[in-house]
Design a protein around this ligand. Sequence first.
Ligand SMILES: *[C@@H]1O[C@H](CO)[C@@H](O)[C@H](O)[C@H]1NC(C)=O
Ligand SMILES: *[C@@H]1O[C@H](CO)[C@@H](O)[C@H](O)[C@H]1NC(C)=O
Ligand SMILES: *[C@@H]1O[C@H](CO)[C@@H](O)[C@H](O)[C@H]1NC(C)=O
Ligand SMILES: *[C@@H]1O[C@H](CO)[C@@H](O)[C@H](O)[C@H]1NC(C)=O
Ligand SMILES: [Fe+2]
Length: 435
Amino acid sequence: MRCQSWLCLFCLVLPWMLCQGTSRSHPQQVHLSYPGEPTAMTVTWTTFAPAGSIVEFGPEPGRAFIASVRGEASLFVDGGCERRRLYIHRVTLRGLVPGQRYVYRCGSLRGWSRPYSFRALPNGTNWSPRLAVFGDMGNINPQSLPRLQRDTQQHMYDVMLHVGDFAYDMDQYNARVGDAFMRQIEPVAASVPYMTCPGNHEEKYNFSNYRARFSMPGDTEGLWYSWDIGPAHIISFSTEVYFYLKYGPHLIQKQYQWLEKDLQEATRPDRRRRRPWIITMGHRPMYCSNNDLDDCTKHESIVRQGLPEHQYGLEDLFYKYGVDLELWAHEHSYERLWPVYNYQVYNGSTAAPYTHPRAPVHIITGSAGCKERLDSFVLNPREWSAVRIEDYGYTRLHIVNSSHIWLEQVSDDQDGKVVDGIWIIKELHGPEAWH
Ligand SMILES: *[C@@H]1O[C@H](CO)[C@@H](O)[C@H](O)[C@H]1NC(C)=O
Ligand SMILES: *[C@@H]1O[C@H](CO)[C@@H](O)[C@H](O)[C@H]1NC(C)=O
Ligand SMILES: *[C@@H]1O[C@H](CO)[C@@H](O)[C@H](O)[C@H]1NC(C)=O
Ligand SMILES: *[C@@H]1O[C@H](CO)[C@@H](O)[C@H](O)[C@H]1NC(C)=O
Ligand SMILES: [Fe+2]
């Protein structure tokens, strides 16, 4: 029914535009993710015909492919009228030496990828992870991608966080836009773990393209999960459960209960001592001062306050467990907030607002680049808004140690210039820090 005749014309023309004439069992769309267990790394890729799922790898420098691991493939049938069939291959490498660089290739005897290399994440808490953070990057106009690739090839990052909204949209043209996008990010995502959360542009067919194409920790197909890196605990979740009730309103409660349990565990004294930073990532912000009608522009935003009966709001939950930093996207701009809770600013002090902040710090970074271009701001922001930048770009997050985080904003429009930067300094973490 959805396959209307005008659309089918596109269906004939677009494969020529979007496909890169490779054999159907040749691996493509190679990307990495961290499965949440130290010394492991997951490789995910796609073929259009059944093929084996093998990763060959070895330490670098050294003789290249001295080890070989098998994984498995799952069939993904897109929800579009063509019911396109993709084979998503997943192989998890285990027993890696923390901090060691490896070279690998993936595929099977029916075709191998080019070689890529990655560094196994260091183990333990006593190191300083560097992350790139951004949201809202599309197949058309992914302006920041070449710069992210350049940074990645200079080994600037341990991990990349894509805070929702991919490809615009992965399901389009019978998921060929998803294929094209996954090929576009391969030079980056095959070299550092590419960690994700769902955004509104992934909604189609119950987020099926998102769930099938990425391989995140946990058992929710990447809808919500958490993992540890150095001195931080990172929680990824779906703001979309609050907006697409047609896929099941029970998901709001299910996720909320999982979030609370995860926060309870992460704030157990022994765990929080080792990993004091708790960082969240979700697509739609609680606050923003953009010039549109999005949820975050409303005083009673749903993500912040929950549903109209004020159920399952996330601001109180995150405040209660002393979440330090909240990363958001969705607005195609960059906005940094003063430490804020319930619309009140809780600067550490006026001279140093982010030294011992008395509420969580929010960063909205959704300007990586997409066909919807940038979002503008209202003229006079509220007092919680600290900095607003309407440039294409992305954020760098350096978790230096248990007390120091450095955050900076890169403007792609201004040739990579760092246009904002703050130190968040906290000796005390957890709700005790608010008083
Ligand atoms: C990683 O760190 C944990 C906790 O410190 C330790 O139990 C484990 O043995 C370490 N693993 C490796 C491979 O170093
Ligand atoms: C959508 O997916 C979620 C998560 O897998 C599942 O729990 C839910 O039942 C699905 N909703 C529908 C309407 O199929
Ligand atoms: C928070 O600190 C900033 C920077 O010093 C200042 O401009 C702002 O007015 C402060 N807000 C409050 C409510 O103290
Ligand atoms: C954390 O890093 C900051 C900035 O480099 C440094 O000043 C501080 O002494 C470090 N603290 C610890 C506990 O290592
Ligand atoms: Fe969005």
